[in-house]
Design a protein around this ligand. Sequence first.
Ligand code: 8YV
Length: 329
Amino acid sequence: MPTTKKPLVIVTRRLPDAIETRMMELFDTRLNLNDQPMSQSELVEAVKTADVLVPTVTDRIDAAVLSQAGPQLRLIASFGTGVDHIDLKTARQRGITVTNTPGVLTEDTADMTMALILSVPRRLTEGERLLREGDWGGWSPTHMLGHRIWGKRLGIIGMGRIGSAVARRAKGFGLSIHYHNRRRVDADLENELEATYWESLDQMLARMDIISINCPHTPATYHLLSARRLKLLQPTSYIVNTSRGEVIDENALTRMLERGELAGAGLDVFEHEPAVNPKLLKLSNVVLLPHMGSATIEGRNAMGEKVIINIKTFVDGHTPPDRVLEAMF
Ligand code: 8YV
């Protein structure tokens, strides 16, 4: 849509200052200064007037919203990598281009995944809580015993950018790398990671000590870890999720954790964010984080830069670098 008039860009949440300022310079930008997530009707109002919408994971850009978009809405430049909050099919049918911000949050998310892989078996947050509550009576040989990381098997579900970055870190901690992916990765990458490919997710699950979810949420991965599959895990195994809550049946997982049918879980994401199953909050063998896998200033600035580049390229009449197509998922 090459034009001399600045496009109206509506940003649904607060972004880092530097990003908002640059957007104000480049575009006719409408910011959300109070940072309250928009309601569905506010989103409808936004798509009626915006040329470009910049949503985040907290906005549900579904068919009901998109069906009310004005003809001027040509681009949804999402701030984030996951696009499960956007109805890509309806967007395509309405001729709306969608972009995301891949790559720039890989290392931060992999760091957080590794932090959870270490925290849960080594009981990090449990120990910290005990100390803060004044319940530490001093060192004892049998106190706060967790489980060793070194030498265990890590099963990564989704060996994309983030999965591979997790594997590189995990190798350094002495974990052996196993993975399940829609497609087997290149031999070079498999060799570098010394990774074992499992075509059958069920078979991998039954043999791992720690499972890490690193695949996107799509119709095909919704409840990929169903009640049936979770039961395949050994009772001594751990599960960490920094991807999307919807990939795991959260109620089934909670029940198994309550009954001691799994050793523990590290969850940065939940099925119905920001709601968290209250039963999870009561468990000591879980580490729960408020979706902060990519929450670094550096990462957020880089995400914002990508949003700007995507908008600018599109507005200048070119294909934006991070165009999202349904076929990718
Ligand atoms: C982002 C994420 O913070 O990019 C993603 O897919 O899950 C997060 O790390 C969030 O999506 C921003 O919209």
